[in-house]
Design a protein around this ligand. Structure first.
Ligand SMILES: Nc1nc2c(ncn2[C@@H]2O[C@H](COP(=O)(O)OP(=O)(O)OP(=O)(O)O)[C@@H](O)[C@H]2O)c(=O)[nH]1
Ligand SMILES: [Mg+2]
Length: 263
């Protein structure tokens, strides 16, 4: 890992190349032509030479794949478009290394904050959730309905599962790859984050949060459909609470989600 100056304080907690930890950053991208190049370059700037950036281009009709490859990412392409969940699942299958970081391809997450997610992994966490609600929301980063929707989903999960998550919908996360692959994930769309989080909690994984910044989308518009995807997220929470569906839990030991202190 090469660290930007502003993150030097976190250096002690960051796995470095010399520690032999290989990081794979997975980016699900759908029609992110103008955004993906800067995101990939930003990610590569904080990674070491042995690390990898993997872009899962999900049937984009623009130059997402070409731009991602030109910026130095390994690109896998799915056809036709099948949803963010399917793309993340493909990313988990294709990833190599010890630690996987997921980051959005639209410029809303800051690649220079990746070390903030890797620090707690080096200290023993299985999953680190980047939270904009204990971090910073920049101007235009989230619409008012999505803001309250996000808070509601997190509160509902906390109530049903007895945890203390602040940002259950965050797509900016780090995982130990071996733990990630212990879970069977079957989400198709934006409910993927909810499913992975709840299954990690139910499996007894050590889940912590780290404060991150959320910016506004650089170019283009979101594919998130409030009613459709909100309903899918809600049903995912209820399905996992009731224990129905194809959920596979490797262990029933539960640990509370704990916040990672600001460094
Ligand atoms: N591969 C793939 N990626 C997707 C798909 N839908 C969304 N994504 C990616 O997932 C990331 C987040 O998608 P957005 O549509 O911006 O959703 P969001 O950031 O959760 O929601 P907003 O806050 O409304 O922007 C971006 O990198 C998208 O390109 C899809 O169908 N396939
Ligand atoms: Mg977005």
């Amino acid at each position: 890992m090469r660290l930007p100056n502003l993150l030097r304080r976190a250096r002690r907690t960051i796995p470095t190349q010399s520690s032999g930890v290989k990081v794979c950053v997975v980016i699900a991208a759908y029609n992110e032509g103008p955004n993906i190049g800067p995101v990939v370059r930003g990610v590569r700037a904080v990674l070491g030479p042995g690390d990898e950036v993997l872009v899962v281009d999900d049937g984009s009709v623009d130059d997402t794949s070409a731009n991602a490859a030109a910026a130095g990412a390994r690109v896998v392409r799915q056809e036709p478009n099948a949803g963010k969940g399917r793309a993340i699942i493909r990313g988990i299958q294709e990833a190599t290394g010890d630690v996987v970081v997921f980051i959005d391809g639209d410029g809303q997450d800051l690649p220079e904050e990746i070390p903030l997610l890797l620090g707690p992994i080096a200290q023993g966490a299985d999953m680190v959730n980047g939270s904009k609600f204990i971090g910073r929301l920049k101007e235009g980063a989230i619409s008012r309905p999505n803001y309250y929707g996000n808070l509601f989903m997190s509160a509902f999960i906390n109530l049903l599962f007895g945890v203390k998550i602040t940002d259950s919908q965050s797509g900016f996360r780090a995982w130990r790859l071996d733990k990630l692959r212990e879970m069977k994930i079957d989400a198709k769309e934006y409910e993927i984050e909810t499913e992975m989080l709840i299954k990690a909690v139910k499996a007894g994984f050590t889940v912590v949060e780290a404060p991150v910044t959320r910016d506004k989308r650089a170019f283009g518009s979101t594919s998130f459909k409030r009613v459709r995807n909100g309903t899918r997220i809600l049903f995912t929470i209820l399905r996992l609470r009731l224990g129905t569906g194809t959920t596979t839990i490797v262990s029933t030991r539960r640990r509370a989600v704990t916040r990672e202190a600001h460094t």
